[in-house]
Design a protein around this ligand. Sequence first.
Ligand code: SAM
Length: 325
Amino acid sequence: MIENYSSFIKNLEKTSLNEWIPKLEKQITHAFSPKTNGHYDRWNQAWELLPNAKPSVIHLNQSTLEIGTCADLTPEENKKLHNILMSFHPWRKGPFSFFGTEVDTEWRSDFKWDRVSSHIKPLKDGMILDIGCGSGYHCWRMLSQEPKLIFGIDPFLAFVWQYLVANKYIKSDRCAVLPLGIDSIPSILPAFSTIFSMGVFYHRKDPIAHLIQIKNLLRPKGEVVLETIVIKGGEQDILVPKDRYAKMRNVWFIPSSDAMRMWLNKCGFRKVRVVNETVTSFEEQRKTEWMKFESLKDFLDPKDITKTIEGYPSPRRAIFIAEKP
Ligand SMILES: C[S@@+](CC[C@H](N)C(=O)[O-])C[C@H]1O[C@@H](n2cnc3c(N)ncnc32)[C@H](O)[C@@H]1O
């Protein structure tokens, strides 16, 4: 699979991160080893079955990312495509349309992008890091602004394969989803002009360390765009779920917006602001044909949807933007 990253890595040679390349190649090779992930053979077989077609259209700056039309495939290929794409289930972040096959993902990730995009600095010629990017949906949305390079990272390999499916046709040498967790990014240099951390913060055991790690990776005047679940409350209000939160095991800290703002300031960020707070709706997150597991409706108290099944406030998400001095 390393060959699918070769043109991106070539572009990396021209940047301040070039000394990372030998290690990065090893990290990618390791992540895609059949020994590292038991599902590798299934995904690889499905990948081989994808049609070798040239998409007549590629539209990435719109809600549904559109790659090709059904007229680009033979009737036989059209018939098979649905099942091949389904091999990459669960499709959580999207939506996508591959040659007319609509992949209606669990999340309408376009809703989040619409809340974020008008508030951020222009991405043109920037070095962008999207921590926990899933399928890379937001990375693709960023591409139309022509950043120098977009590094999506996600350690969950199913989502990285979903990026590879899209890039089989888009063939971008500027946008990659790398099979890495945040702790695998070397802080060689403060290399990035914008760092997105969306939907990741509450999964971190050490939230302050996460903010400092982001700050260390940012260039001076670089921007962090942080999106996380928050509770209502003041500067000292933080929810630490006793066990699960909305059935998720790995949720550690859910601050109020004021607490989060204070933490960002305390970590040395400037121009800290909250640009949006939204309660997650059933329109934005729901079970679909392409994500058959439980979703938001199953995580909330059926008698009172303002509460999670455990009795905590239901997910409300806030977007924070701040600058490294
Ligand atoms: C809730 S999703 C958010 C996806 C996307 N950023 C969004 O906002 O729609 C969190 C993602 O973070 C990824 N993740 C979990 N641990 C991570 C880590 N240590 N480093 C980077 N990403 C991680 C998960 O695999 C998952 O895709």
